[in-house]
Write a protein that binds this ligand. Structure first.
Ligand code: AMP
Length: 209
């Protein structure tokens, strides 16, 4: 399974991505996670990316394209992969197409998780994660258990201001890649509103169809 997973910030993509890579046994290539790891490690690329991420802006295309090309050159992607958070712009989608074609690789599906903007700000600003397990919680919908509540953290870009910027950037820059992939017959649109289990089953059904 070689798939791209697209959706607005706060659509539940992180939760669903973790389930799907376990189900299909494929590496999870999340550019957001790769940038956060680079920021934590304090690499020069991480320091550059951090400035954009904190502001809720996209990291420049050439930085992210280089990062993904390097990752797709690794051996473990032979079994397939899930790209999560990439491509985010049409130039990124075009660069990916060129890179995959050069390696004789075709994509199986582009899953688009759909959630209305009106639901997203609340989902994002209440989001917290446990740095020890990576588990994602929500202060209202899935409160962290009392024994770990003291250690949950909020992503720097999960503030309301950064969230609104990320949503605007999704509509302006990322949504245009949907027609790009639709014209190649790859898009599977899935309703992201429902329980996590319901959404997982919808995605699995879309991938089979
Ligand atoms: P995410 O965890 O996917 O929401 O990504 C967090 C942040 O990392 C984004 O708001 C961007 O600043 C940056 N980022 C991640 N993926 C990309 C990408 N494909 N292109 C540009 N910036 C990205």
């Amino acid at each position: 399974m070689r798939m791209i997973f697209i959706g607005p910030p706060g659509a539940g993509k992180g939760t669903q991505a973790a389930r799907l890579v376990a189900r299909y046994q494929i590496p999870h290539i999340s550019t957001g996670d790769m940038f956060r790891a680079a920021v934590k490690a304090g690499t020069p690329m991480g320091q550059e990316a951090d400035r954009y991420m904190k502001a809720g802006q996209l990291v420049p295309d050439e930085v992210v394209i280089g990062l993904v090309r390097e990752r797709l050159g690794m051996d473990d992607v032979g079994v397939g992969f899930m790209l999560d958070g990439f491509p985010r712009t049409v130039p990124q989608a075009e660069a990916l197409e060129v890179a995959l074609e050069a390696d004789g690789i075709t994509l199986d599906a582009v899953v688009v998780l759909e959630v209305d903007d009106s639901l997203i700000v609340n989902r994002i600003t209440g989001r917290r994660s446990d740095p020890e397990t990576g588990e994602i919680y929500h202060l209202e919908f899935k409160p962290p258990p009392a024994d770990i509540a003291h250690r949950v953290v909020q992503r720097k870009d999960d503030t309301e201001e950064a969230c609104r910027k990320r949503l605007a950037s999704y509509h302006a820059q990322t949504a245009p890649i949907i027609p790009f992939y639709a014209s190649r017959g790859l898009v599977k649109a899935v309703d992201g509103v429902g329980t996590p289990d319901e959404v997982t089953e919808r995605i699995a059904a879309a991938l089979q169809g």
